[in-house]
Design a protein around this ligand. Structure first.
Ligand code: 3PG
Length: 181
């Protein structure tokens, strides 16, 4: 998986190409298109068609119905702010990787019961960042994290340098890419 996952919010379908091109030119071949806007599903479909070389996933997927729609539109991975057993079941059935948000031991235990070993750690800056993830890694050595929320150029490298980090997520990748576009 890509180590940098930009959290993308597409307000209008017409922005899809501009944002995805900017990310690709910036060297990021991945995008988590969030189900926060009415056009998210269409944006995923368009992104998969226009940028077949990029790994397009869906974020902010909070129920099984959205998950079905996201995968049907072409999403290659699914991210949630928390853990949904309904979303997990759809992903398992479709063979699509699922990264649920887990910040407590209980949530991580639930993820493990569902066969999930990579979790989103969100909001990373609020729930203790690297220090908290390192403490959680002691009882859960099999878990890898995707810290998201408050990640920026000042702390990105610190996150990426720890071997339990599967990837880092953030909206700032989009801002940086657009600045250079
Ligand atoms: C998310 O949904 O993952 C967050 O909104 C991303 O947080 P950030 O804007 O601090 O990167």
């Amino acid at each position: 998986m890509e180590k940098k996952i930009p959290v993308v919010v597409i307000k209008e379908l017409g922005e899809t190409e501009k944002i995805l091109s900017a990310l690709r030119n910036y060297g990021i071949h991945c995008a988590e298109i969030t189900f926060r806007t009415a056009c998210a599903e269409e944006a995923i479909r368009l992104a998969c068609k226009t940028f077949p070389d990029m790994e397009i996933g869906a974020g902010t997927v909070i129920n099984a119905e959205q998950c079905e729609r996201a995968i049907e539109a072409g999403a290659k991975f699914i991210v949630s702010p928390g853990l949904s057993e309904g979303v997990a079941a759809v992903c398992k059935e479709k063979g699509t990787p699922y990264y649920p948000g887990c910040v407590t031991p209980t949530e991580i235990m639930k993820a493990l019961e569902l066969g999930i070993t990579t979790v989103k750690f969100f909001p990373a800056n609020v729930y203790g960042g690297l220090k908290a993830m390192k403490a959680l890694a002691a009882p859960f050595p099999q878990i890898k994290f995707i810290p998201t929320g408050g990640v920026n150029n000042d702390n990105l490298e610190e996150f990426l340098s720890w071997d339990k980090i599967a990837a880092v997520g953030g909206s700032f990748f989009v801002e940086e890419a657009l600045k250079q576009a």
